[in-house]
Design a protein around this ligand. Sequence first.
Ligand SMILES: C[S@@+](CC[C@H](N)C(=O)[O-])C[C@H]1O[C@@H](n2cnc3c(N)ncnc32)[C@H](O)[C@@H]1O
Length: 256
Amino acid sequence: MEDWNVTLYRQFEKERAQPSVDLVNRIAGDSFKRIIDIGCGSGMSTLPLRNRFKEAEIMGADSSPSMLTQARQTLKDVTWLERDCSKPLKDLGEFDLVFSNAALQWFEDQAKVIRNLSEMLVPAGILAVQIPYFSAMTIARCIAEAVKTYDGAIFDGIEKDLFNSYSPGFYYDELTEHFSKIELWQTNYFHIMNTHEDILKFCMSTGLRPYANRFEESQKAGFYNRVLREIKKGYTIQKDNKILFEFKRIFFIATK
Ligand SMILES: C[S@@+](CC[C@H](N)C(=O)[O-])C[C@H]1O[C@@H](n2cnc3c(N)ncnc32)[C@H](O)[C@@H]1O
């Protein structure tokens, strides 16, 4: 797949940054020595960690060179690593806090990832994660409807490239295998958008990437238009002409 478009991703920075701020604020304790941000992207999720845990050694790991280039420019006193985090990262040593915001959904085998991440923690270490609950959102239905309008062949085998979206119950069951204490919650954010096109733009740099990558450059606009048509059907315009883009997110903080 093509590398991430960082400029597009950062276009909705305020909306994308809030969940990592909320997650960092819920973590108890301040004496962490070593922290890692898994799928750190451009460093947006690493910033609230750096701001709160001023004395800690912090690493950010991601597989995207373009995201890491931006991260390196954003925060200097973090060690940035280009790594495929779906593979074990034990060579990095143990951590007091393993953090991940809006990244694990891109990993194919989430049960394995949770196990791998738990093995990176010191005794009583903490795993703190936020994952979009994509399958439960209206936008997932809009994309599915647009996809249905195409001959299946173009999207053959796309499942392996897509978001993995599991229920809170799935995460609870996986976490109980490796952790002694679990906090699990869901937040529904309402992003206030000016237009339906903004909802499309929000998704173009994330959930729509695997679909768009199947098209030639000249065909992409046609695909986006079909998604936009469904977005217009799925999201009501408010009295002040704004649109509420409901975004469901699952959070957990698990203690080893
Ligand atoms: C939606 S972005 C989130 C970035 C950042 N955590 C934030 O909150 O802004 C998802 C990130 O996960 C990274 N990612 C996806 N699969 C990965 C993998 N196997 N190993 C490392 N990073 C991965 C992507 O490169 C991307 O930067």
